[in-house]
Design a protein around this ligand. Sequence first.
Ligand SMILES: [Zn+2]
Length: 173
Amino acid sequence: MSIFNFHYVTIAEPRQSFFMELERLFNRVCADPKCPFSESAAWWWSYKPFQPLPHEPVIWLLESAGDSLIKKVYGDQPGKAGLTKVRGNKGNISEIYLDHRANQGATAQAKMAFHELMHNKLQKGDELHTESTGLGRERFELRPFGDDLMFDDIRLMAPVLDKPVRQYAGSYS
Ligand SMILES: [Zn+2]
């Protein structure tokens, strides 16, 4: 029995049950026999995550794309509803923008966060969107993010949850 921890940093406040919805998604991954963990747990932080283990991913919750941490750290253009920078020299950054129409409500916010953490854990850019997945696809025109977690998402994620992926370790400033 081991627990998969993931971390979220609230520069903007998500809906109240966001973390439970995101735990629920990761718990479905943990139920797969190929997953080395038995369940997931969310850890909440205000400005920066406190010493996540090398395999534990971080999602940054921002009010709008104008607050993009990826833009601050890497100078990249922000995404529409969210974005993940992979393989950067300062570590991965996953972020979602709570004012986007696809991110309204706790369930939609959790789905978008899970989508970005798929990019993060799988170290994939837009090529993730070509997979035959539910939450791995990018369907931001939907209001809210309406796709669901499917077996192919679980098949991709279950074996990589314990793989180290370097995360951005600084604080939001
Ligand atoms: Zn995406």
